[in-house]
Design a protein around this ligand. Structure first.
Ligand SMILES: [Mg+2]
Length: 149
């Protein structure tokens, strides 16, 4: 059985909403908050568990929405900022997609069992490829549980 963990970014691993005036920047189509968002976890701890998952046979994906209502130009800047933010994150595949995209459609068929890690309840509820982890709680503990899976 092939297995995959799919990570959201904003509010899940990247503290976008912790950047002061983040929404104003986005409305002004400034990619600044995507560039300076801090990691919500100790990066060493997060990268350690992700690498352990990989060593245990999990594929790692990122599926992240672009800003709501972003222009083509802004979307390109945000995509670039997100890829740079993830520079040392060991993902196998990445989907930076239009706001509101059904996330399951991005990785459907890529693994038999897929766990989505996401802070958005509506997105988690629409996930039908395996299981979900609620990123409003500490995800490290839940990710470590997958090591025994
Ligand atoms: Mg999110």
């Amino acid at each position: 059985m092939t297995k995959m963990v799919v990570f959201d970014m904003d509010g899940t691993i990247a503290n976008l909403y912790g950047v002061e005036n983040w929404l104003e920047y986005i409305h002004n189509e400034d990619p600044y908050p995507y560039k300076v968002a801090e990691c919500l976890y100790d990066p060493v701890e997060l990268l350690t568990v992700v690498n352990e998952l990989k060593a245990n046979g999990w594929k790692i994906a990122i599926t992240s929405w672009l800003a709501k209502g972003g222009s083509k130009e802004y979307n390109a800047k945000v995509r670039q900022a997100k890829i740079e933010w993830l520079s040392i994150f060991p993902y196998d595949e990445i989907h930076i997609v239009k706001y509101g995209t059904t996330k399951a459609n991005c990785t459907r068929g890529k693994a038999d069992f897929q766990i989505l890690v996401d802070d958005n309840e509506m997105v988690r509820n629409s996930w039908n490829l395996g299981g979900t982890i609620d990123a409003n709680k500490n995800i490290l503990k839940e990710l470590r549980k997958l090591l025994d899976f």
